[in-house]
Design a protein around this ligand. Structure first.
Ligand code: UDP
Ligand code: MG
Length: 177
């Protein structure tokens, strides 16, 4: 199994204001990883602000930053699915644009991937920054998930994850979201 190239997939809806901070934080992390190459693939999920224009300017400056533009807002899950269809690399990491997923953890993700794990995900350990309704919803979601599914999903496991090529190909064949 090759462990050389990584695509970061970031779904974005009206994130123009935060993109500079995100990119400034990502570059040093990605350049410090033991990889042959990386790219960041943004999926613009029908933004109505300057997101797409900013992404084009970013790509003109640095070809490692790329973007897919969806024709309208499809929701984060389908934006991620579009990213997975286009990623040409040995693994992807899914990450949100708002820096709620600390990119500094990527070094651990890569290390675990090299150890042979095909999926690595980040887990939230506290929800102090969430409102009461959101915390309630999260608690209910994980309780319901556990009651309905035999899949082992630890509480707080979100979208921040690494998928090896094998997992990407399997996801791409599912045809459902
Ligand atoms: N996002 C998207 N399409 C949507 C809603 C959100 O692509 O319809 C993106 C958003 O720009 C961000 C990520 O998905 O990068 C997570 O969104 P948000 O932070 O709003 O979600 P939450 O933190 O509530 O899970
Ligand atoms: Mg968020």
């Amino acid at each position: 199994m090759a462990h050389d190239t990584l695509s970061i997939i970031i779904p974005v809806l009206n994130e123009a204001d935060g993109l500079d901070d995100l990119v400034a934080r990502l570059i040093p992390v990605l350049e410090g990883l033991p990889l042959q190459g990386w790219e960041v693939l943004f999926v613009d999920d029908g933004s109505t602000d300057a997101t797409l224009a900013r992404l084009k300017a970013l790509n003109a400056r640095d070809l490692r930053f790329k973007a897919i533009s969806l024709s309208r807002n499809f929701g984060k899950e389908r934006a991620i699915a579009a990213g997975l269809q286009h990623a040409r690399c040995d693994a992807v990491v899914l990450i949100d644009a708002d820096l709620q997923h600390p990119p500094e953890l990527l070094a651990d993700f890569i290390r675990l991937w090299r150890d042979g794990y095909e999926i690595v995900y980040g887990q939230r350990l506290d929800r102090k920054t969430d409102g009461v309704a959101r915390r309630w919803f999260a608690k209910g979601f994980y309780a319901l998930f556990h009651s309905l599914s035999r899949t082992n999903l630890p509480d707080g496991a979100g979208d921040f994850r690494l998928l090896d090529r094998k997992a990407i190909d399997a996801m791409n064949q599912l045809g459902e979201r």
